[in-house]
Design a protein around this ligand. Structure first.
Ligand SMILES: Cc1cc2nc3c(=O)[nH]c(=O)nc-3n(C[C@H](O)[C@H](O)[C@H](O)COP(=O)(O)OP(=O)(O)OC[C@H]3O[C@@H](n4cnc5c(N)ncnc54)[C@H](O)[C@@H]3O)c2cc1C
Length: 400
């Protein structure tokens, strides 16, 4: 035993030739349809319709939804590959997909057959856009602290509450909403939360679009639910089990965020290498200087450790090795987002004065990373969670 692993062969990465082919086609898409639009999109805080349409035509919106519901039936590693490649060019766009995938997964995993048949085809085709609304003004890390309520009235639930920082919040056609169907039990606060699939037209109102430092094209919004009537069949899974479903949804999303960070690190690393060869100082390319070489090798180390951790975690997820996955996903998320930040900072330093200009695109990467370190569980929470889960799952001891 190589604690906490059972054996060394648990360190495997299941990337295949198909993943490489997917990567190539996503890169082609990103360079052709996203790259020319990044600056304008971030400035105008929106995505071009053409890029969304192309992504939909490629099947990216329904990548991991089974073909019987209109999706591509791809595996989890395919989501990571796609997320990495898109983030190499435009992280805001990969965030649009991330929350859409979260909605698709929740419907697939917890929805009844009737709900799946009704909603998944248009989610998979990208005809309808999704979002995932859990965070509230007074409850983010503390998922069990949500106060939105869902009251059963005959064959409907009536939802009231507020959700904040919701990606796609002002544009999603469908949203996953968590709400309390019973008050918190002081001994088990997580109990009594339920999960719903809610159509925007049923009365979800946008309170405001929130301006953020990074991911500026991404639509982050505060939404309000005032007597929103949701048919009982749109309760996902069992009443009262929404906390568990939400946490599982974040587990799914966490490594996708890690892959976003790998894409950012890749982008900054490529810029660092190119610039070191092209820029001359003292009549020599700066790549000749050992302090620049150090930046290159340390950045490659950060990039590769992040990529290995991310795809290893993804492989564990695919193999349904959840004990190992839960720990690996937290490690991957905090490591990759912070390693990417180091790579970007080194690149900015190597760029000298040009490093702080907006036109290099490097400062955008830093701003985006600050959000990646925050959403889907802050990095501090990941550090705590990795240790707690390690004690619990591998030593049988509940700490903290
Ligand atoms: C751009 C953006 C997009 C987002 N998109 C979505 C979305 O689509 N859907 C959604 O539901 N949410 C979304 N979020 C919300 C995000 O997941 C939360 O902001 C995040 O989980 C942190 O919650 P909070 O903001 O309430 O911070 P808090 O939970 O109040 O945390 C504040 C600080 O305290 C620390 N802290 C909290 N608890 C502990 C603890 N127990 N131990 C140690 N430190 C602790 C945190 O690490 C943090 O540093 C988004 C956020 C942003 C910024």
């Amino acid at each position: 035993m190589v604690f906490p692993l059972k054996s060394l062969d648990q360190i495997q990465i299941g990337i295949t030739e198909d993943h490489e082919l997917l990567r190539q086609s996503v890169r082609e898409f990103s360079e052709k349809f996203l790259l020319p639009n990044v600056d304008k999109g971030e400035k105008e805080k929106d995505f071009p319709e053409e890029a969304k349409k192309q992504a939909a035509d490629m099947g990216l919106f329904g990548l991991d939804i089974p073909s019987e519901y209109g999706g591509q039936g791809a595996d989890y590693l395919s989501l990571l590959v796609t997320s990495e490649e898109i983030s190499r060019i435009w992280t805001s766009f990969s965030t649009l997909l991330l929350v859409h995938w979260m909605l698709g997964r929740a419907v697939l995993k917890y929805g009844s057959e009737e709900v799946k048949r009704k909603y998944l085809p248009e989610i998979a085709s990208g005809k309808k856009l999704g979002g995932f609304a859990n965070t509230e003004p007074e409850a983010g890390s503390d998922v069990a602290g949500i106060k939105s309520v869902a009251k059963k009235v005959n064959d409907h639930y009536v939802l009231n509450g507020r959700k904040i920082f919701i990606t796609n919040g002002d544009i999603a056609d469908y949203l996953i909403i968590t709400a309390r169907t019973s008050p918190p039990d002081p001994k088990a606060r997580w109990k009594g939360i339920s999960m719903f699939l809610v159509e925007r037209d049923w009365g979800i109102k946008t309170m405001s679009r929130i301006e953020t430092t990074g991911l500026r094209a991404s639509h982050t919004a505060e939404i309000v639910l005032e007597d929103v009537s949701v048919p009982s069949e749109n309760l996902l899974g069992e009443e009262g089990m929404g906390f568990k479903y939400a946490v599982e949804s974040f587990d799914y999303a966490r490594t996708i965020v890690s892959a976003q960070a790998v894409g950012i690190a890749q982008s900054a690393f490529e810029k660092l290498v190119e610039y070191s060869l092209q820029r001359k100082a003292f009549e020599r390319p700066i790549a000749d200087f050992q302090m620049v070489q150090q930046k290159v090798s340390e950045s490659l180390s950060d990039l590769m450790t992040s990529r290995l951790l991310t795809y290893w975690a993804g492989t564990l997820y695919q193999k349904e090795m959840m004990d190992e996955y839960i720990v690996a996903a937290s490690l991957a998320k905090f490591h990759s987002t912070e390693a990417a930040e180091r790579v970007v900072l080194r690149a900015m330093t190597a760029f000298g004065g040009y490093g702080v200009t907006v036109s290099t695109g490097l400062e955008r990467l830093l701003r985006d990373l600050q959000i990646l370190k925050t959403y889907e569980g802050t990095n501090d929470i990941q550090r705590i969670s990795a240790a707690r889960q390690l004690f619990y799952r591998f030593k049988g001891v509940k700490v903290g």
